[in-house]
Design a protein around this ligand. Structure first.
Ligand code: GDP
Length: 362
């Protein structure tokens, strides 16, 4: 699966968000094959298509796809120098696929701010500086390493050195590498460094109930995000925590009263999905209708591998019906009659919403 690390200064609302996300989460019993860390929560991906499929197939169970969120508390100024539990936190961030950076965009005299004033730009800078410094260290070490090889006339090492050196001025300024305009080749070359500041990032602007509009703090976060290829999700974490406590029917009433179509958490989860270029395909059997996550561009065998590695290795073919066709034809049999049921081979590129039945050898 894919995961997203929640970072941010102390007292900005990270735990509140994390608790809301995990309350909305699905029980670990649905994930017998993954070990979930105590500070991690598996959150279902809201997808109305799943219910539509279930109405047709009437399976024993319906399982959404999900994303794991990891609470990485305690990132403070000085972390990159190993202060506090700095290295451990940076190491935790390194293991995540994407970063959700919570920024305080609300005034509340009852909630102490670590720097004594609410200033999203300054807060973002503290965190981004630590991440950039950690990357700077990584890049400087990598340059030393490839330099030695480059000296002996190795062209690849020379090219690597040049690309790594391009990162230095940006990181020295405390800017993230993801803000750079890099070619695909350059990106591929720096991938091995596992840098923190290349990770796709969303800023979670934590606002008060009435802070979604005319909020200068929020505007500031949007301006910063625009400069560095990041997305912004405005959300009121406190309200989300309250929504997460409600029963389903109460939830619907509350959302309607607030003029909301869905909990803000759903936007966070979707943003994480979008950040990582992920899409969903479905399997639809009488035992189980289930959504699965794959990268955009994944082939049929790669998609099969998400279910089980044996499925990828032994892949023979995929029987595919597009989601719209599946619904319009009222299921697989109808889709077959209408000529909408396709046999696809190992080069097939899976599309969002495909309903797939894999055939494989074991
Ligand atoms: P963390 O240190 O970043 O994990 O922050 P917490 O989630 O523990 O939140 C710190 C304090 O801010 C708590 O008292 C929360 O109740 C409060 N808080 C969180 N989100 C909001 C919000 O949207 N509005 C207001 N007014 N308070 C909030």
């Amino acid at each position: 699966g894919f995961n997203c690390g929640i970072v941010g200064l102390p007292n900005v609302g990270k735990s509140t968000l994390f608790n809301a996300l995990t309350k909305a989460g699905i029980g670990a019993e649905n994930f017998p094959f993954c070990t979930i860390e105590p500070n991690a929560g598996v959150v279902p991906m809201p997808d109305p298509r799943l219910n539509k499929l279930a109405e047709i197939v009437k399976p024993e169970r319906v399982i959404p796809t999900s994303m794991e969120f990891v609470d990485i508390a305690g990132l403070v100024a000085g972390a990159s120098k190993g202060e506090g539990l700095g290295n451990q936190f940076l190491g935790n961030i390194r293991q995540t696929d994407a970063i959700a950076h919570v920024v305080r965009c609300f005034d509340d005299s009852n909630v102490i701010h670590v720097a004594n004033q609410v200033d999203p730009a300054a807060d973002i800078e503290v965190i981004n500086t630590e991440l950039a410094l950690a990357d700077l260290d990584t890049v400087e070490k990598a340059i030393k390493r490839v330099q030695r090889v480059a000296k002996s006339g190795d062209k690849t090492a020379k090219a690597q050195q040049e690309i790594f050196e391009k990162l230095l001025p940006v990181l020295n300024e405390g800017k993230p590498v993801r803000s750079m305009d890099l070619s695909d080749d350059e990106r591929a070359t720096i991938r091995e460094l596992c840098l923190l500041t290349v990770k796709p990032t969303m800023y979670i602007a934590n606002v008060n109930e009435d802070g979604f509009e005319n909020n200068p703090y929020l505007d500031k976060v949007k301006a910063i995000a625009a400069e560095e290829n990041a997305v912004v999700v405005p959300i009121c974490n406190k309200m989300e925590a309250e929504i997460a406590e409600l029963e389903d029917d109460e939830k619907a009433i509350f959302l309607e009263e607030m003029g909301m179509e869905e909990p803000g958490l759903d936007r966070v989860i979707r943003a994480g999905y979008g950040l990582l270029d992920l899409q969903t395909y479905f399997t639809a059997g009488v035992k189980e209708v289930r959504a699965w996550t794959v990268r955009v561009g994944a082939t049929a065998p790669q998609a099969a591998g998400v279910i089980h590695t044996d499925f990828e290795r032994g892949f023979i073919r995929a029987e595919v019906v597009g989601y719209d066709d599946y619904i319009a034809c009222n299921g697989e049999a109808g889709a077959k009659d209408a000529g909408k049921w396709r046999l696809e081979g190992k080069d097939y590129i899976v599309k969002d919403g495909d309903v797939i039945h894999f055939r494989f050898n074991v």
